[in-house]
Design a protein around this ligand. Structure first.
Ligand SMILES: Cc1cc2nc3c(=O)[nH]c(=O)nc-3n(C[C@H](O)[C@H](O)[C@H](O)COP(=O)(O)OP(=O)(O)OC[C@H]3O[C@@H](n4cnc5c(N)ncnc54)[C@H](O)[C@@H]3O)c2cc1C
Length: 637
């Protein structure tokens, strides 16, 4: 379990695909839900604040509940997709008594400190229309002058507290919410604008709390610091004021730190295919799968990303074949909008093409964390892009005859776009974009691209050293450390300095495909043929390899007949292709219910065939019926 939250975190409701819809639908309370990803550094760093918030407002739970949902859990992918969550953390409000599915309302404030979010909750509750107000929602509106005089001196069976405060203060509303589950007391708020009332009651400063005892006596509470927590705890401690039966405070001890995961021994100087393949599996089946469709810049970025992966990914044969199939399919698709399910069909090899396979589970080795929520995916993404920059520098001929030929920034540009469009950790993406904007244009050679990424990664390491997302077993150090690459480190005038020539050589060796270790890599070879098992690492591609004759063989074997047919049937060459496909596009959205493009294309073909058939039948019967009409009038001769 890689969840950042435990069942015993006070006030936190852990939701998942089995519980989220039932919890939100027609709920008697509102919800504030954090959709997070357990690998996202910002989510890890923010988790203590979210826990504090949940504990802080747990007495408010009849009116608002605080929830969490881990979108990095593969079981929750579909649900995060339904809620349209692509970036983490995402905070959404859901109102009470919703009768139909809703994606909620974003919590927009970039200030996410406990107090600010608490104020945001109050604003949200107050703005809710009457039919969506929680059932146990106390009035947060200020008392009118007549109400105040009604309460003063009145005998009741309970205490009445009135918080006097200025108009923009939240304290009164917070204290009302804090005591909503307590019996023998009612809390109200009043504004300090009526000076005469303040004077009568002897109130000289606000906020102040005026208390009317059950016997009718009344007076100002003497409190040293006029803070929300002090008002609340004072009122909760009045004689006979207690929590209502059935209102559980639910304040157990914090969960012990999650147990350590079983550790796999590995060599830090090596790269593991298992990390790259697990990362690719997560990227294609989890990170991107939160998208219903890809279109516009996202689709362009995805196509370019797959194109460069297909050329430079240092993977095993069966993964490379998958990338090749995917790339060819994307190139032949004239659509400007592709449902992601169609891409998943290819990734999952629904067509059962021989020799294609990508592991469908995660096996971190060099990216394993000492706890399940540490390291993993972002580590593999760094490794992936470092590998691509190194492949681009050591085998520049691979990119011959492509749009990226002799572009030293090719990989960095695509990485930048990928991170911007798809990387779930939004704040990471913003930081990376700032770094790229500032200096990526200075990169003039492919070797400089390798070093640029290395330097930027070290800047990130420097920034994150000591953060909660740091794994104590893999501290964020300036990399490669002296034990990995002694000649990379030098001293100039007693100050540390990098020998960049040595660093480059080290990166080329470390991220080069030659030394990729297959230890712990998924041994599942059932799905690819015997010939492929013999040569596990794909040999380096030759220049312009797409046109190579020896590759032709492999190509034929790769491209299934029906894929060819599908491609031929699409109106890609027609001038009116966009118009022709208009209907199909809308059907795609409609069929986002699970139909792939392949299904779609078959439908289009069937549709055209049956229309033609109907037209032929129509003309046939028209001609026949004319003849029938004419016949009786013909004079017999
Ligand atoms: C583009 C990007 C931006 C990110 N921005 C943020 C952010 O702003 N805030 C945040 O909390 N998290 C951010 N992350 C996540 C963070 O950088 C780590 O990936 C995550 O915390 C996991 O750390 P790790 O210990 O596995 O090491 P990682 O930093 O993920 O490194 C993975 C591996 O790469 C190698 N390596 C380390 N340094 C270098 C280097 N300089 N050059 C080449 N190889 C190296 C090492 O083998 C290391 O184990 C970002 C991730 C990415 C991909």
């Amino acid at each position: 379990d890689n969840s950042l939250y435990g069942p015993r975190d006070p006030g936190i409701h852990i939701l998942d695909r089995g519980t989220v819809n039932a919890a939100l639908y027609n709920s008697s309370s509102a919800w504030l839900l954090e959709f997070y990803s357990s690998w996202c550094g910002h989510c890890i760093n923010y988790a203590p604040t979210w826990r504090n918030l949940a504990a802080d407002v747990q007495d408010w739970h009849p009116a608002v509940k605080i929830g969490v949902l881990n979108c990095a859990d593969e079981d929750n992918i579909a649900i995060c997709k339904d809620y349209g969550v692509q970036f983490y953390p995402t905070f959404r409000f859901f109102s009470a008594f919703t009768k139909e599915f809703s994606q909620g309302e974003n919590y927009k404030d970039s200030d996410r400190r406990v107090q600010t979010v608490r104020h945001g909750i109050i604003d949200y509750l107050q703005a809710a229309p009457k039919e969506h107000q929680p059932s146990a929602y106390p009035s947060l509106d200020p008392l009118r002058l007549s109400d105040i005089s009604f309460f003063i001196g009145r005998k009741e069976s309970h205490y009445t507290a009135i918080i006097f405060e200025s108009e923009n203060s939240y304290i009164g509303r917070e204290v009302i919410m804090d005591l909503m589950q307590y019996e023998n007391i009612l809390v109200h708020r009043a504004l300090s604008s009526d000076k005469a009332v303040l004077e009568t009651l002897g109130i000289v400063s606000v906020p102040s709390c005026y208390l009317i005892y059950p016997n009718g006596t009344h007076g100002l509470i003497n409190i040293v610091k006029p803070l929300r927590s002090i008002f609340s705890s004072h009122l909760k401690s009045m004689p006979s004021v207690r929590k209502k039966a059935g209102a559980h405070s639910d304040l157990p001890a914090r969960l012990e730190d999650k147990e350590e995961v079983a550790w796999k021994e590995y060599d830090k100087s090596k790269m593991y295919a298992a990390d790259l393949e697990s990362g690719l599996h997560y990227l294609l089946r989890v990170e991107l799968a939160t998208h219903q469709t890809l279109e516009g810049e996202k689709l362009k970025t995805f196509k370019d990303f797959i194109a460069i992966l297909h050329k430079l990914f240092p993977g095993r044969m069966h993964v490379m074949k998958l990338l090749e199939t995917l790339q060819e399919w994307l190139v032949s698709m004239p659509l400007d909008k592709i449902p992601y399910d169609a891409i998943l069909d290819i990734v999952n090899n629904k067509m059962r093409i021989s020799g294609i396979f990508l592991t469908n589970h995660i096996q971190w080795v060099g990216c394993q964390g000492s706890r399940p929520q540490l390291r993993g995916y972002p580590c593999s993404l760094w490794k992936l892009f470092h590998s691509l920059t190194v492949q681009g520098a050591t085998q520049p001929e691979t990119l011959a005859n492509t749009a990226y030929e002799s572009d030293p920034q090719a990989v960095l540009k695509i990485m930048r776009r990928y991170i911007r469009e798809f990387f779930g950790c939004r704040e990471c993406a913003q930081h990376f974009e700032e770094m790229a904007k500032a200096s990526v244009d200075t990169v003039k050679t492919a070797d400089e691209a390798v070093l640029w990424l290395w330097k930027k990664h070290n800047m990130v390491n420097n920034r994150l050293a000591g953060a909660p997302s740091e794994d104590p077993k893999s501290p964020k150090v300036q990399w490669p450390s002296p034990d990995l690459c002694p000649p990379c480190h030098e001293e100039v005038g007693g100050v540390h300095s990098w020998n960049e020539r040595e660093v480059l050589a080290f990166l080329q060796q470390h991220y080069g495909s030659k030394d990729l270790s297959l230890q712990y890599a998924d041994p599942n070879t059932d799905q690819y043929d015997v010939e492929d098992k013999k040569s596990d690492i794909l040999p380096t591609k030759s220049p312009g390899s797409d046109n190579d004759s020896d590759k032709g063989k492999h190509h034929d074997h790769l491209k299934p007949e029906f894929l060819d047919k599908l491609i031929q049937n699409l109106p890609n060459k027609s001038k009116n292709s966009n118009n022709n496909f208009e209907g199909s596009k809308s059907s795609v959205t409609f069929l986002g219910l699970g139909f792939s493009n392949i299904d779609m294309s078959l439908c289009v073909v069937l549709y055209i065939t049956s229309s033609l058939f109907l037209m032929v039948m129509y003309f046939f019967f028209r001609v026949r019926s004319r003849r029938w009409k004419i016949k009786p009038n013909r004079p017999y001769v």
